[in-house]
Design a binder for this molecule. Structure first.
Ligand SMILES: CSCCC(=O)/C(O)=C/O
Ligand SMILES: [Fe+2]
Length: 175
């Protein structure tokens, strides 16, 4: 994982958009974003331990690529990049490839998080975020869920009064 403040330019979303201001795992933890690098050896055993500790009961796999998605790839990548939240954690273990998750910090700036094979990223319920593939146009991930998947993305600003959003902001003490 590597993270930085997004530069807010409007060129292709798949470019790094690196402002040159790095962000650390502690900066992410301050907004409730959890990160582990599970490595190559024993990564799956470690994933099972964390899934047990955190009660992640369900999972599936997703491949985001032109090859896997065909004609819907570009539409799908655009929809992942709409600013949204979920009423459950978004939990992704990266099996292969790379991509960018953008999350809003307390000052409403975008932090861009580049994720790699062996990374486990957990976004809390209620955080505004978006996802894009990078220039490689390929990522393969395990998606984990506490219960049945709650897929529905709730876009900003419609989600501003959502109770999961309000609760999340309370945990940050910004509301
Ligand atoms: C690397 S997983 C693809 C992105 C995704 O599943 C999602 O829900 C983004 O918000
Ligand atoms: Fe999402």
């Amino acid at each position: 994982m590597r993270a930085w403040l997004f530069d807010n330019t409007t060129t292709d979303q798949r470019e790094p958009h690196d402002s040159g201001v790095p962000q650390t795992a502690d900066d992410l933890a301050a907004i409730g974003v959890l990160y582990w690098h599970l490595g190559d050896e024993n990564a799956l055993d470690r994933l099972e331990e964390i899934a047990k500790e955190r009660n992640y009961k369900n999972r599936d796999q997703i491949v985001v690529s032109k090859e896997a998605m065909g004609d819907i790839y570009e539409t799908k990548v655009k929809s992942f990049f709409e600013e949204h939240l979920h009423e459950d954690e978004e939990i992704r273990f990266i099996l292969d490839g790379t991509g960018f998750f953008d999350v809003r910090d307390k000052q409403d700036r975008w932090i861009r998080i580049q994720i790699y094979k062996g990374d486990l990223l957990v976004l809390p319920a209620g955080i505004y975020h978006r996802f894009t593939t990078d220039a490689s146009n390929y990522i393969k991930a395990t998606r984990l869920f506490k219960e049945e998947p709650k897929w529905t993305p709730i876009n900003r600003p419609a989600a501003d009064e959502n109770s999961f959003r309000v609760d999340y902001l309370r945990t940050l003490r910004v509301r």
